[in-house]
Each structure stands twice: as C-alpha cells, then as structure tokens.
Write a protein that binds this ligand. Structure first.
Ligand SMILES: Nc1ncnc2c1ncn2[C@@H]1O[C@H](COP(=O)(O)OP(=O)(O)O)[C@@H](O)[C@H]1O
Ligand SMILES: [Mg+2]
Length: 158
C-alpha cells in the first residue's frame, strides 16, 4: 500500500514548515530514504537544508548540492547522507549500500536517474512540481514503517 498527498507550497516558509515536521517525525522512526524528484530549481536542496536544520548537530552541517562528490555526509545525529545524481555517470558502491541499509536518513536528488532496481522497496518519494506558477510537493509513502508521517501529510490511500 502507498499513501499519497499533494501539498501546495505557497511560499518558502511553507516548505520549511513541512521539512521541519517531516524531520521531527523521521527522528522518531530513526531512518528514511527520501527520493527527490523535480526539475532544476524546484526546491530539492532547499528542502534538505530545512530538514537538516532541525537535527542535533546541524550547526556543523553546511547543506549544498554535492558537486565534486556524488554525496555529502552531514555530522548531525543521526547522520544524513545527501546524494545528487544530476551529474552521475557511475553509481558508487557506497551509495548503493546507504540505500539498502536501514540505519540512515538518506536524500537522493534526481532519483529519476537511479535505475529502479536500486530503489529501496520502502521509501518516501517526494516530487517537486509547478502547476502554472504555483508550487506543489507530492509525497508518496511506500512502506508501513513510514506511515506515521501520515500525521503530517494527511490521508489519501492509493
Ligand atoms: N518554495 C519555494 N519558494 C520560493 N523559492 C524557492 C522555493 N523552493 C526553493 N526556492 C528557491 O529556488 C532556488 C533553487 O532551489 P534549490 O533548492 O537549489 O533547487 P533544486 O535543488 O531543486 O535544483 C533557491 O534559490 C531557493 O531559495
Ligand atoms: Mg539541488
């Protein structure tokens, strides 16, 4: 089963509010693979930055798109793995290990570029999109362990 909800991101404050709520709840779950989709400039990195700022240790973490590396690791508690596949040619073994472990909170920008066989069965798919000039975030929870996030994103079963 999958739970889907679309939220209008009326302004950047709204994005921050949603990211903070998801971060708090993810801390209680202790784990999460966030697959982020959306064109350049739709807010993926900004979402990760807002999420990270809720975590202990975030003052030591400077969130930016990993450009030289395929991924960044932030020294928060828990540690955050931030992957960006925009320029990815070869997937590193380490990234695949993070995706298949149940111990980390992982963000993958440009998950469209990750072959589906590597998508963890249970994940949170977040699509950032425009309709005209309005911004939306579609959140899909795949896997019962992520259903507690439902409190934040509301209910709509598919
Ligand atoms: N909801 C929003 N409302 C207004 N500006 C936003 C919003 N989300 C992101 N931005 C701005 O858009 C720019 C690009 O965002 P970014 O998060 O880097 O996009 P992406 O990682 O998807 O390429 C940034 O300057 C950011 O401040
Ligand atoms: Mg980005």
């Amino acid at each position: 089963m999958c739970i889907t909800k679309e939220i209008e991101i009326t302004d950047i404050k709204k994005l921050r509010q949603i990211a903070h709520l998801l971060a708090k709840k993810s801390l209680t779950i202790g784990h999460g693979i966030y697959l982020l989709q959306g064109e350049l400039g739709t807010g993926k990195t900004t979402f990760v930055r807002f999420f990270v700022e809720m975590l202990p240790g975030s003052e030591q973490a400077e969130v930016s798109s990993p450009s030289f590396n395929l991924f960044n690791i932030y020294p928060t508690s828990p540690e955050i793995i931030h992957v960006d596949l925009y320029r990815c040619v070869d997937l590193e073994e380490e990234v695949l290990e993070y995706l298949s472990s149940n111990d980390n909170i992982v963000f993958v920008e440009w998950c469209e570029r990750l072959p589906k066989i590597y998508w963890p069965l249970e994940h949170i798919l977040v699509e950032f999109k425009f309709k005209g000039n309005r911004r939306f975030m579609e959140i899909k929870l795949k896997g019962a362990k992520f259903f507690p996030l439902i409190d934040i994103i509301g209910e709509k079963n598919t």
